[in-house]
Design a protein. Structure first.
Length: 100
């Protein structure tokens, strides 16, 4: 299980296989390589710097296959980190609170 933080430094959750879960166990997305897509098939973001999630503004319209959500385990969240300076053409990955 790998843990991920948003580009802004918020503890998001974890990866289990090709699935991304919030720290509360909500199935937020599915990985296709380093890119993450939501249950509706829409692009959510991608991995940068090994454990940070960020959204490329130019890919927001991209889609993959939709999927049914799975139940994940709820874990105590890790501490937040200091955020990174935002790259041009990117925005922060959605907060885990968005997926409740």
């Amino acid at each position: 299980m790998e843990w991920f933080w948003t580009w802004g430094g918020e503890c998001f959750g974890y990866r289990n296989g090709d699935n991304l879960f919030t720290h509360n166990g909500v199935h937020a997305g599915k990985f296709y390589g380093d890119e993450v897509y939501g249950a509706d098939g829409r692009y959510l973001g991608e991995i940068k710097n090994e454990n940070r999630l960020i959204t490329h503004s130019g890919k927001v319209g991209w889609t993959k296959f939709s999927f049914g959500r799975l139940a994940g385990g709820s874990y105590a969240r890790y501490a937040n980190y200091v955020g990174y300076a935002m790259y041009a053409g990117y925005q922060d990955f959605p907060s885990p609170e968005r997926f409740r």
